[in-house]
Design a protein around this ligand. Sequence first.
Ligand code: FAD
Length: 457
Amino acid sequence: MHPQRLKNRLDHPLKKDGSHVLYWMQQSQRTENNFALAHAAKAANALNVPLRVVFCVAERFLDANARHYAFLLEGLKSLAASFKRMGAEFLVEIGTFEDVVVPHMEKAALFVMDKAYLRHLRAVRDSLCERADSFSLRTDEVESELIVPVEVASDKVEYAARTIRPKILKRLETFTEEAHLPTLRIKKAFDPGLVEAPMEDVIKKLSIDKTMKKSFYYHGGEHEAKRMLAEFVEERLADYHRSSDPGEDFTSKLSPYLHFGHIAPLTIYQAVEERLAERDVPPHAAEAFLEQLIVRRGLAFNFVYFHEGYDEFEKMTLPWAYETMERHLDDEREHLYTLTDYEKEKDETHDEYFNAAMREMKRTGHMHNTLRMYWAKQIIRWSADYKEAYETILHLNNKYLLDGRDPNTYASVAWCFGRHDQGFEERPVYGKLRPMVARGLERKFDIERYVAYVKRL
Ligand SMILES: Cc1cc2nc3c(=O)[nH]c(=O)nc-3n(C[C@H](O)[C@H](O)[C@H](O)COP(=O)(O)OP(=O)(O)OC[C@H]3O[C@@H](n4cnc5c(N)ncnc54)[C@H](O)[C@@H]3O)c2cc1C
């Protein structure tokens, strides 16, 4: 593992008399290319103790609802099978992060956690570090969710893709070594408990919105993520440079799996590189895909990591964008809708493309990128003010999309309000923000084909 993936958070000596190595799994919910897991497994072998992996199913977690939890629980089932084969203990409990993780610290020889990027998840790590300190427990944090670690790529908030791109690409090759998971020397069985329980019973115990239902289109888990990846590189990657047309089906749909850590960006990168080496895909198609996976996603992680106000309307975008919104605040809105209108069972606005996007999102838990832009830009046009629009977009995004509450969420929604973008010719309501209108969709894409596809969902 590249040493810059690892941050020693507490420099206590390893406890030679510890009964296990403790890995608290949270961000990287997988076994492959999980550098935190590999690091913990190696340490367990060196100390000749078993590896204990603890997972907390948070009783409530921001605005995650039953749709997100179902996806997460599917992932845990797949993990339990892998850990059984490996001989690592895998303990899954419901509760708060502290209540679930701290009891396993007392006898541990080493505490390992994966790295987080969003504010509240970093705060959980800080507070667990404090608790580990009270046990004089050595604590390591290991990063796997970006190929080039966030602090290696840059040490400040980046202005745009063009400023972060050379920084990431310069270091990319240095970080492409895969994680090696050793065979465990001391194996331990575990009671799968919660993981084997029927999903509905687990969900019943949680304090979350249970009105949202599981997606029947996307199923969680490392195994499923690998299947989706194989299908993508085999069938769609070669045409990815045409993927902005929602009438076509050329995207990977891997974002929920990346969000839940069911797949590593490194695993996806390796699969793409393999196809390139076999000359199975045109280089420009692979490049277009890696631009999204590595540069755009890297920019989003940079944004939430270095920009404190990434999820606050008043702080998320740039001065020129606030100025133009201020100037156009009182412009007449041709149509006015509120969150309640969008939440109605029958989601009909006057705009059939917008309605189709809402339908895709509500039914499947996913939405095509071009439609996400169009959808959010219409909410900006049709809301009484910009702050209301921002909050409506975030609310719907995080409620219905499986990949919501992600660094990409906050960066992409801020992008709709000018962040990482440029000013355009001034227009009513949009001001200098990038406009998006139905005619654009009709001119550039086979939008009717998208509408027909969504009707069949
Ligand atoms: C208003 C709005 C809201 C969005 N909300 C989210 C969200 O909640 N979660 C989320 O993951 N993405 C979000 N995106 C970004 C993008 O739309 C999705 O990542 C993409 O559509 C996911 O589908 P895919 O996996 O098939 O992507 P692909 O096109 O196959 O791309 C591969 C991967 O690259 C990354 N990626 C692709 N596009 C972008 C982008 N524009 N910015 C950053 N990373 C990107 C994603 O991790 C994606 O899985 C949003 C975009 C907009 C405009």
